[in-house]
Design a protein around this ligand. Structure first.
Ligand code: GDD
Length: 339
């Protein structure tokens, strides 16, 4: 007899990670459900675009991270084996502009999901999307699971709180709660406000003659950049372990924004020095120190490793944006590319 299909709930399913995870789990034979804001159902072309390839195979439920009642309602209707909590305000710069809403959504949203699971489905495994931003002013390099946290942004603080909430539900109530401490992970599905996509979309606009410059903040900032498709595999592996635990997920290699620009412009046959301009307005009040992850534990225990390196990642983003912009402008020559 075939075992029943596993059922997974993904919060933040419309985002970059949520969409890759949904595809991955559907491919593994899961019954996949997602929480989305009601507005997404009203504008499916705009808000559910990343889910295009799996939309007919998944189930979507309206709920709001700011509302315990709406989360409780969904969890009281359906049983799940695994819950991946990816939803939240994820743009670090925005958290400096409006720390209150970042804190409220990220901390309360996590707390609501955990509390509703405890009440209704305490056996459901819970994944928390932790972040390298939790390390902030780093105590050691590279950072691993035992490195102390010292966040430097309201976003980082909210992620530390979510991490501790998850650990508390694990320790106090015996629930299977685990965190992935994920370093930056990118893809052609990244939103345009993040630096990688801002650069690849900027390169495409310049190459196609729609822009003449790209304004960026700190070019010397370094990040450990991996591919989002690799990182969602780690999320799944984290919930397949016999015991709940926390894992750093990273490539172990750091590169600067400047290096990213150099490669990205070169991919389109351009020299970044001719187009990139400094924009003081994009500088952040505080930067993290050098964030590089040591994912030895994930490699050893989960058997996880990244398949896409820095050069491959940059090429993929630039090629995807060149194709996207070329097809958009062909269909509608007056279209202005977002970003
Ligand atoms: N966004 C942006 N725009 N960043 C810029 C720019 C610019 O014009 N110029 C330089 N940077 C620098 C930022 O100062 C930062 O040091 C670095 O580029 C990366 O910025 P982001 O791409 O916005 O990502 P992030 O590192 O702040 O946060 C991302 O990674 C975290 C760790 O995985 C987000 O995905 C977070 O949600 C995630 O937790």
């Amino acid at each position: 007899m075939t075992p029943p299909r596993k059922r997974a709930l993904i919060t933040g399913i419309t985002g970059q990670d949520g969409s890759y995870l949904a595809e991955y789990l559907v491919g593994l034979g899961y019954e996949v459900h997602g929480l989305v804001r009601r507005v997404a159902l009203e504008q499916p072309e705009l808000r559910l675009g990343r889910l295009r390839s799996v939309l007919s195979q998944i189930q979507i439920h309206p709920a709001n991270l700011d509302s315990y009642a709406s989360i409780f309602h969904v969890l009281s209707q359906q049983r799940f084996d695994e819950c991946y909590h990816l939803a939240g305000q994820s743009f670090v710069a925005e958290s400096f502009a409006d720390g209150f809403s970042t804190m409220s959504t990220n901390i309360n949203g996590t707390h609501y999901v955990l509390a509703a699971l405890k009440e209704l489905q305490p056996k459901c495994k819970f994944y928390f999307a932790g972040s390298s931003e939790m390390f902030g002013r780093v105590h050691e390099t590279p950072q691993r699971e035992t490195t102390p946290f010292q966040p430097r942004s309201p976003y980082g603080i909210s992620k530390v709180a979510g991490y501790h909430l998850s650990a508390n539900y694990r320790e106090d109530f015996g629930m299977f709660c685990a965190s992935g401490i994920l370093f930056n992970h990118e893809s052609p599905r990244r939103s345009f406000e993040f630096v990688t996509r801002k650069i690849s979309a900027g390169v495409a606009r310049i190459k196609l003659g729609l822009a003449s410059e790209l304004r960026l903040g700190n070019l010397e900032a370094q990040r450990d950049w991996g591919h989002a498709r690799d990182y969602v595999r780690a999320m799944h592996l984290i919930l397949q372990q016999p015991e709940p635990d926390d894992y750093v997920v990273a490539t172990g290699e750091a590169h600067s924004v400047r290096e990213f620009c150099e490669l990205a412009f070169a991919e389109a046959g351009l020299d970044y020095r001719d187009f990139v301009k400094r924009d003081e307005a994009v500088h952040r009040p505080a930067e993290t120190d050098l964030l590089i992850g040591d994912a030895s534990k994930a490699r050893l225990v989960l058997g996880w490793q990244p398949t896409v390196g820095f050069v491959g990642l940059v090429k993929e983003l630039v090629q995807a944006d060149l194709e996207l912009l070329a097809s958009t402008t062909q269909q509608n020559p007056s279209a202005v590319h977002p970003g």
